[in-house]
Each structure stands twice: as structure tokens, then as C-alpha cells.
Design a protein. Structure first.
Length: 508
């Protein structure tokens, strides 16, 4: 193995920076910011549908364009942070994130909302790699770093709980744009306190930031993900393979360029490390299997089961609680048993929970839903915490930003693909429902559109239409859950082999 992939030296491992835990509290605010933003969108989707009246395709774009853009820019922004300073890029990105959140809040058309979400992705791409990279540079002791990563992951999970609850409260008392404005106070605290507490860190010999590589990464990621999305939603037209081939060609060019540059944007030798590659793949497949289902779960709770947004937020709380608890103890459990046992076991638990959700119908009681969500949270908490730790420990601290960006790219790419593929399964099944005579076309675009259309129809007709629409939506959700379960169980098997022999104390 080349020296690029060796872990920290013994001297570095015992160095403990004063004030590191207080600095960590600032970093987790950035994680909270991103997690809350991601979760409130699902709750706000029915209200956005009613107010902006997007088509089914536009609704999917609103849901996944953030992930498209952020996936395309994470590596570039992580590498930029390594060059200009991770603290600097974190504070600049957090400021931009807050400002663009206002644009999201006051969007007046579906097109404007899509653009605002894309711009938010540009700002968001600066946050997550910087936080993980700063943790790598703040905590040199492996056990402390595992705990710090656990707290980082637990905060992200807590954000998934705080987001729906706070968002549900706001949606019941204010307009949907208010769920984006809650980013502002968190952002202000992050910038003011972070400028005082966070130490600056960067690669001392970074080389130039190659704009050609940035463009190739962005075009490649967006092209490939767009092709997958379009193929899943509308089948193969000439646009689908054209976008896919263009994206694949750009990514091929990106890899070739990195191998020839003296100071690459991303050191491709990182992928020679089996633990690094296995952890990245596990993250990608996990999120792919989860995200499409999670995106539609809030709609199921509200539009199918008739829960209010605040109640729907509380209903999703077990997943966050499970993830927080598991994340805080994941490092200790992985050291006692093994990395692959914890990661594979966590992924298998999620897969089994998703398989259970294939039996849901409109009258499914909350005990089954709550238990499944709790298992999902525990499995995700164990898996994501340990894979993040493996990824950080596999590289020297000078490349922490780029390595963290690869981890987050896998996460965001998985989210985009999950929403595109599994979300399109739900949408495809839903669109084929057979409604009574007089069912308007917009009712077939989304369940939110059907609920809105029903308000202007005769009572008997609207009731029959909504009954058919809700039944089709649940059928699509069950099929998506089954597909997600298959992906998670396959990921568990892959992780068992790829993470063989990995240890958190010595992962070289």
C-alpha cells in the first residue's frame, strides 16, 4: 500500500488539541443545518404541491435536484477546502446556505423552486466535507475520533427528528416557506461562534485547483444521475442514453485527468484501499435503498393516513432515536466485535425492516410502522458511523477534505438515485390508477394533486377518486420498499466481504 493511504503516526494519534470538543459543537450545527433542510422538504411537499402546482416530474426534480448538484460538486468543494482552508469554506458556505434558504422560502413557481434547490446544493456541497475533514484534524486519537464521528452522525440523525417536528409545527401555523427560514438562526450561530472557535486547517502543499476537473466532475455526475432518473420515470428516449453517455464520458475523463495531474483534485489511489472502497460502496447502496422510500413516507402519513404534519413528524421520531443511540456506541461495538460485523449487521437490519414494510396498507397501525422505523434508525446509526470512521482513518489528514467529499458524494449520489429510481416506481404505479369518470389529469400526476383536485369535485366522485389514488400510492410504496430491501441486503453481503479484516484502531 502506498504511503498515501497510511493512517496517522503514533505521535499524531496521541496529540490532543485543547478546545476540540467545543469546536465539535460548532461543526455539528452545520450537520444539523443540512439534516433539517433535507427532512422538512418531505413534510412540506404536499403544501408545495398545492401552492405551486408542480407536475409529477417537477415534484421529483424539487426533491432530487439538490442531491444532483451537491453530488456533482462535493469532491470539488472538499478539495477546495483542502486548498484554501476548511474553516473558511465552511463559514462561506454556511452564509450562502442561509441566504439561499430565503430564496427557497419565497419561490413562486415550480421552476423557481427547482433553481433555488439547485443553488442550495451548491452551498450545501461546502458544508459536509468540511465538517468531517475538520473532525479528522481536530481528533488525532482514534477512540476520540470514533466518538466525535458518532456525535457528528448522531446530530445528523437528531436533525432528521428535529426537522419533521419543527417543520410540522411551522406548517400547521405558518406557510410552507417557513420551514426553510428555520435555517437562518442556526446559520447565524454557526458563523459567529465558528469564526472564533474553529481552527483553520489545510493541505500545506495542495497544488492548483483544476477547473477542468471541476467541470468534468459536475457534468459527469449530473449526466449519469439524470439519465437514470429519466429512464426510471419515462423509459428510454434519445435524451436518456445521450445524457448517460455524456456523463460517463465526463467521469472517465475526470478519472484519467486525476491520474495524470501532479496535484489531482481527487487522489484515485485512495480507492486502492479495500476498506475505503468498501465503506464508500456501502454508504451509496444504503442511501439508494432508503431515500426513495423515506421521500414518500411523509406523504403516506399525511395524505393516506390523514395525519397532520406535526403528528407525521413525531411518527418518524423512532428512526432518529435509534440512529442517535446506535451512532454514539457504534465505535465501541465495532472495536469489541468487528467493523464488518457491525456494518453488515446494520445494513441487514435495515433491509429486513424495509421488507416488513412491503405489507403496509392504508390501515396499517402505527406499532408496525414505528418498530420498522426504529430498526431502520439503529441499523443506519451503526453502519454510517463506522463507515465514516473507516473512510477518515484511511487517509492522511492533509487529504481529509477530499476523502470526506467522496463519502458524502456516495451519500448524495445514493439519495439522488434512490429518489429517481424508487421514487419513480411509486410514481409509475400511482399514475396508472383507475379513477371514476371525470378524474382530472392532474390527479394522476401526484397524490397531492389528487387531494387538491378532489376539493372541487362532487363528494361521491372525489371520495371514489381519492380511494383509488391512495390505494395505488400505497401499492407503489410497497413495491419500492421491496426494491429497497433487496438493495440493502445485497449491500450487507458486499460489506461483509469488502470490509474483511478492517479495524478502527488500525485500518491501513
Amino acid at each position: 500500500m502506498t504511503s498515501t493511504l497510511r493512517p496517522a503516526t503514533t505521535t499524531e494519534a496521541v496529540t490532543k488539541r485543547p478546545g476540540r470538543w467545543l469546536a465539535l459543537s460548532v461543526l455539528v450545527l452545520a450537520v444539523l443545518l443540512v439534516a433539517v433542510d433535507a427532512t422538512v422538504l418531505g413534510l412540506a411537499t404536499p403544501y408545495i404541491s398545492e401552492d405551486l402546482n408542480p407536475s409529477g416530474t417537477q415534484l421529483l426534480w424539487i426533491g432530487d435536484v439538490y442531491s444532483f448538484v451537491i453530488a456533482g460538486l462535493l469532491v470539488s468543494m472538499g478539495s477546495l477546502g483542502d486548498r484554501i482552508g476548511r474553516k473558511r469554506i465552511l463559514l462561506v458556505g454556511a452564509t450562502a446556505f442561509g441566504v439561499i434558504s430565503v430564496l427557497n422560502a419565497y419561490a413562486t413557481t415550480p421552476e423557481m423552486m427547482i433553481v433555488a434547490r439547485a443553488l442550495l446544493g451548491v452551498a450545501g456541497a461546502t458544508l459536509m466535507p468540511a465538517t468531517l475533514a475538520l473532525i479528522r484534524n481536530l481528533f488525532h486519537d482514534p477512540r476520540e475520533r470514533s466518538l466525535a464521528v458518532g456525535i457528528w452522525g448522531a446530530t445528523a440523525s437528531a436533525g432528521t427528528a428535529v426537522g419533521p417536528i419543527a417543520g410540522g409545527f411551522l406548517l400547521e401555523h405558518f406557510w410552507w416557506g417557513s420551514v426553510f427560514l428555520i435555517n437562518l438562526p442556526v446559520m447565524v450561530v454557526l458563523v459567529l461562534v465558528g469564526s472564533k472557535l474553529l481552527p483553520e486547517s489545510r493541505n500545506p502543499n495542495p497544488g492548483p485547483w483544476d477547473m477542468t476537473s471541476v467541470a468534468l466532475s459536475l457534468v459527469g455526475m449530473i449526466g449519469v444521475v439524470y439519465a437514470v432518473k429519466e429512464a426510471a420515470a419515462h423509459g428510454f428516449t434519445w435524451v436518456t442514453p445521450a445524457a448517460g453517455l455524456a456523463g460517463a464520458a465526463a467521469l472517465y475523463g475526470f478519472v484519467r485527468r486525476q491520474l495524470t495531474l501532479p496535484s489531482p483534485l481527487l487522489d484515485m489511489r485512495l480507492f486502492r484501499h479495500r476498506g475505503f472502497s468498501g465503506a464508500v460502496l456501502a454508504d451509496l447502496l444504503t442511501i439508494l435503498g432508503l431515500s426513495g422510500l423515506v421521500f414518500f413516507l411523509s406523504q403516506f402519513l399525511q395524505l393516506v393516513q390523514g395525519r397532520g404534519p406535526f403528528e407525521a413528524g413525531l411518527a418518524e421520531l423512532p428512526a432518529a432515536i435509534g440512529a442517535v443511540v446506535a451512532g454514539l456506541i457504534a465505535g465501541r461495538v465495532a472495536r469489541r466485535y468487528s467493523v464488518r460485523a457491525v456494518v453488515s449487521g446494520g445494513l441487514a437490519a435495515i433491509g429486513i425492516a424495509l421488507a416488513v414494510l412491503t405489507v403496509i396498507d392504508r390501515s396499517t397501525g402505527y406499532p408496525l410502522l414505528g418498530a420498522a422505523l426504529l430498526v431502520v434508525g439503529v441499523g443506519a446509526g451503526f453502519s454510517f458511523t463506522v463507515t465514516s470512521d473507516v473512510i477518515l482513518s484511511s487517509v492522511p489528514k492533509e487529504q481529509a477534505g477530499a476523502a470526506s467529499a467522496v463519502s458524502e458524494t456516495a451519500y448524495e449520489l445514493g439519495a439522488a438515485l434512490g429518489i429517481a429510481v424508487l421514487g419513480s416506481i411509486v410514481t409509475g404505479v400511482y399514475r396508472d390508477f383507475t379513477g371514476p369518470a371525470g378524474t382530472p389529469a392532474e390527479a394522476h400526476e401526484s397524490l397531492g394533486g389528487a387531494v387538491e383536485a378532489a376539493a372541487g369535485m362532487p363528494a361521491q366522485t372525489s371520495e371514489a377518486m381519492l380511494d383509488a389514488a391512495r390505494g395505488a400510492f400505497v401499492d407503489g410504496l410497497a413495491i419500492a420498499a421491496g426494491a429497497g430491501a433487496a438493495v440493502l441486503l445485497a449491500a450487507a453481503v458486499a460489506a461483509w466481504f469488502l470490509l474483511r479484516g478492517q479495524r478502527l484502531d488500525n485500518v491501513a
